[in-house]
Design a protein around this ligand. Structure first.
Ligand code: NAD
Length: 358
């Protein structure tokens, strides 16, 4: 990949690479856009097969964070960190602290929190080295686990989709197929279980499946989740799962899940639209976590009520994406992008007016 050319084309401001041989840290932090505020996004730890794969993930995820915060009306830009390594095997205090030092070198341009493969405990280690960490445990004055609000936001987004497809937002008796049973999926499932929704889950991690069975959920294999007959498919693992190979196999009316960057390409959003599958753009409905983090940043300190109220607004935002998609005869993916880009453009205009008045 020609990195600078790619950054230029997609609007990335900065990509930084970090190595700490003593702890084994190999990490990349991408800052996409800071128009709306400091770049904020979780840190993912994953056994990427190559540095190129990790870089692509950091670039795509950081861009999605810009759109997520813009669409949710937050004062954050978009950024993302990735650590190359298997979180179940090579994670250590030394590695997380080395990563914290890396975050610190960016001087607050990037704020981190958890993502796939990282937990609140890891944030505590990072916090020893930098203050640019959010979503810390409540006991440390933070807002706690972001995945709780992310799960609530997903549930709200799903209900907005259900209203459109089935005429009401009730999910009782509906079947939801959940790919990945990690933090976000678990919190989503708590809400669904309260409504007596039928839930089928899968994961590649055996402990996660054992937990799902303990909760009384149906479990299926990772290979069959996308062909499961269901009302809603909820991708809650990694990105790129909606593509030209998988979309024709889907047996659902709605796709609404928490994973970032579910569409492998823009064409895949169009294909879902063409097939009459209502797609809830990931960054619209999975914004609960970043909303929670923003609620931690105010002068008055963290307010769970404010975070919850803002997260519940995802229902309204998803509804407006659906209405725009219908009125303009465009896919929900494009309607969501317009919503985010309009906000970014309007803030850029305000800034340039201010500059010209100075
Ligand atoms: P997590 O690590 O707790 O859970 C992810 C789960 O997916 C793990 O159990 C993993 O084993 C499983 N998995 C990975 N590949 C799989 C596959 N091919 N098939 C089935 N299962 C697979 O992470 P999380 O925090 O729950 O995040 C899940 C997704 O939601 C990620 O894409 C993340 O970027 C996104 N997201 C998370 C948050 C948050 O607040 N944590 C917020 C917004 C978006």
């Amino acid at each position: 990949m020609n990195i600078l050319e790619h950054m230029n084309a997609e609007g990335h401001e900065q990509v930084a690479m970090f190595s700490d041989p003593a702890s084994g840290l190999k990490a990349i932090i991408a800052v996409h856009d800071t128009t709306l505020g400091p770049a904020c996004g979780g840190t993912r730890m994953w056994p990427y097969e190559s540095e190129a794969e990790a870089l692509t993930d950091a670039l795509r995820l950081s861009q999605a964070m810009t759109y997520k915060s813009a669409a949710a009306g937050l004062h954050f830009g978009g950024g993302k960190g990735v650590i190359i390594g298997d979180p179940h095997k090579v994670k250590s205090e030394a590695l997380m602290r080395a990563y914290g030092r890396s975050v610190d070198t960016l001087g607050g341009r990037y704020l981190t929190t958890t993502d796939v493969g990282t937990t609140a405990r890891d944030l505590e280690f990072m916090r020893q080295e930098t203050r640019h960490v959010t979503g810390l445990p409540v006991s440390l004055g933070g807002s706690g686990d972001t995945s709780i609000m992310t799960g609530l936001g997903l549930y709200m987004g799903m209900k907005a989709c259900a209203e459109e497809v089935w005429g009401n937002g009730g999910l009782r008796g509906k079947t939801v197929a959940v790919q990945g049973f990690g933090k976000v999926a678990s919190h989503l499932c708590e809400h669904l279980m309260e409504e007596d929704t039928r839930i089928v889950v899968t994961d590649v991690f055996e402990d996660a499946l054992d937990r799902a069975r303990d909760w009384g959920l149906e479990v299926t294999s990772p290979n069959s989740i996308m062909t499961t007959d269901c009302d809603i498919f909820a991708p809650c693992a990694l990105g790129g799962v909606l593509n030209s190979q998988t979309i024709p196999q889907l047996k659902c009316r709605v796709v609404a899940g928490g994973a970032n960057n579910q569409l492998l390409s823009d064409d895949d959003g169009e294909e879902l639209h063409r097939r009459g599958i209502l797609y809830a753009p990931d960054y619209i409905i999975n914004a609960g976590g970043i909303i929670n983090v923003e609620a931690e940043m105010g002068d008055a300190g963290y307010s769970p009520e404010r975070a919850r109220e803002k997260t519940e607004r995802i229902h309204e935002i998803m509804g407006s994406v659906i209405r725009t998609s219908q009125a303009e005869e465009i896919s929900t993916a494009v309607a969501a992008a317009h919503l985010a880009e309009e906000r970014l453009d309007s803030v850029r205009r305000i800034r340039s007016m201010r500059r010209s008045c100075q």
